[in-house]
Ligand binder design. Structure first.
Ligand SMILES: CC(C)(COP(=O)(O)OP(=O)(O)OC[C@H]1O[C@@H](n2cnc3c(N)ncnc32)[C@H](O)[C@@H]1OP(=O)(O)O)[C@@H](O)C(=O)NCCC(=O)NCCS
Length: 186
């Protein structure tokens, strides 16, 4: 059953990162992240949001009963965002996504741990059955983080995204509860 209202991600502590609920004060930083070409290179986002647009997104997300969103914090510093979206409470499916906003913070295991914590929450707390995500073909770091928790590739959407004068394929991934259990030994 969906929660009554306001679904923000509760605090989940890992070794390198903590997932915590986003706050209004985080929004200017989100705008900065989405304005960086190195970051949007592997995203479908083309235009950085205004602060106003980000405030609207935050209000929508806070009110949504079908999205759970976290800030990824490392040593109390916001380094990214992660979420479970479009939750279907009867089929128990959802779409997941992650972003680490500063390239200087890439490669420190933050994305992997955030993916692991979020995945545990999706199955062990929300009782979901199937997660899906898609990621542009050149986003090898994301693919690796997904495969480490058990996501498998289920197909390729060819020429899915046009950017910087060329087409990019998108790789689709899925993770069933049973795959996660086999991988995590739960
Ligand atoms: C994709 C992203 C979330 C990965 O986060 P991260 O914190 O850098 O990931 P990690 O440090 O946990 O690395 C994940 C794995 O990929 C590997 N990896 C990372 N970048 C890599 C690269 N360029 N080539 C090969 N392997 C890479 C890491 O070594 C690690 O594997 P390991 O644990 O076996 O060593 C981050 O780069 C990002 O936010 N990019 C911009 C936004 C984006 O693309 N979001 C995802 C949209 S689908």
């Amino acid at each position: 059953m969906p929660p009554e209202k306001d679904v923000l991600g509760p605090v989940l502590k890992g070794d390198r990162v903590t997932l915590r609920p986003p706050q209004e004060e985080d929004l200017p930083l989100f705008c900065e992240w989405f304005s960086r070409p190195e970051v949007t290179r592997t995203l479908l986002t083309r235009f950085p949001p205004s602060l106003e647009a980000e405030r609207e997104w935050f209000a929508r997300t806070t009110a949504s009963r079908n999205d759970v969103v976290w800030v990824i914090a490392a040593a109390d510093r916001a380094v990214g965002i992660s979420g479970i979206h479009q939750i279907e409470w009867i089929n128990r499916t959802a779409i997941t996504g992650t972003l680490i906003g500063d390239p200087a913070d890439w490669g420190h295991g933050f994305g992997s741990e955030a993916t692991r914590l979020r995945t545990g929450f999706a199955f062990d707390e929300l009782n979901l059955e199937r997660l899906e995500t898609s990621s542009l073909a050149h986003n090898v770091g994301m693919h690796r983080a997904l495969e480490k928790v058990g996501y498998t590739r289920i197909g390729t959407r060819r020429h899915f995204h046009y950017s910087r004068g060329q087409w990019y394929d998108a790789v689709m991934f899925e993770l069933l509860r049973e795959d996660y259990a086999a991988k995590s030994g739960t």
